[in-house]
Write a protein that binds this ligand. Structure first.
Ligand SMILES: CC(C)(COP(=O)(O)OP(=O)(O)OC[C@H]1O[C@@H](n2cnc3c(N)ncnc32)[C@H](O)[C@@H]1OP(=O)(O)O)[C@@H](O)C(=O)NCCC(=O)NCCS
Length: 156
């Protein structure tokens, strides 16, 4: 089925929010404490996504009329990449990363970076990203999301 990637608009904030919630509650279960998972869900309400979209470019992936993925770009950083579990393993994540890389390249950067969640490290490695350090984000007092900084050079 054809995948379409387009800018996230306000009417779709609830869909992006729902994808984040269902994605982390599925994919992160064996990797992060439930307090971390629920803190990520809290940070991705439709309102928070709307506030964030003022400072970054957000994208939605659709397949056959269904919203199946969400991703964001801020300067040369890919963030908030989440795929609906029912649509996983079909190339949606790969297509979103390729799209974000192109947005970053057109922004004049020669390197893309991402703070990868633990379960996504192997995925990004397949997309040509290499680990370049570690960072823990304090999502709320005492709740830390551990991630791995990964970078990838972009072609001209
Ligand atoms: C990581 C994620 C975005 C991948 O999305 P996806 O649409 O399933 O990925 P794709 O179908 O494009 O997969 C591409 C390749 O990576 C592999 N892959 C996907 N997830 C993987 C994982 N967790 N570990 C190892 N390999 C993985 C696939 O098997 C596929 O391999 P192939 O090219 O040999 O077929 C998705 O699992 C997700 O939303 N995870 C939870 C949120 C998250 O951690 N996001 C990253 C935040 S930094």
């Amino acid at each position: 089925m054809r995948l379409q990637i387009s800018e996230l608009k306000e009417p779709d904030y609830p869909r992006a929010s729902e994808i984040v919630a269902v994605s982390v509650r599925t994919f992160w279960l064996d990797h992060y404490d439930p307090t971390v998972i629920e803190a990520v869900v809290e940070q991705n309400t439709p309102e928070r996504i709307g506030e964030r979209s003022l400072r970054q470019d957000d994208f939605l992936a659709r397949q056959g009329g269904q919203v199946v993925g969400y991703a964001a770009v801020k300067q040369n950083e890919i963030g908030h990449l989440f795929v609906r579990p029912e649509a996983a393993g079909q190339g949606v994540g790969t297509a979103l990363v390729a799209y974000c890389n192109e947005v970053i390249r057109q922004g004049g950067y020669d390197t893309a970076k991402v703070y990868a969640s633990r379960p996504a490290i192997a995925f990004y490695a397949r997309q040509g990203f290499l680990a370049d350090g570690e960072k823990a984000f304090e999502l709320k007092p005492g709740v830390f999301l551990e991630s791995v900084l990964m970078t990838r050079p972009l072609e001209d």
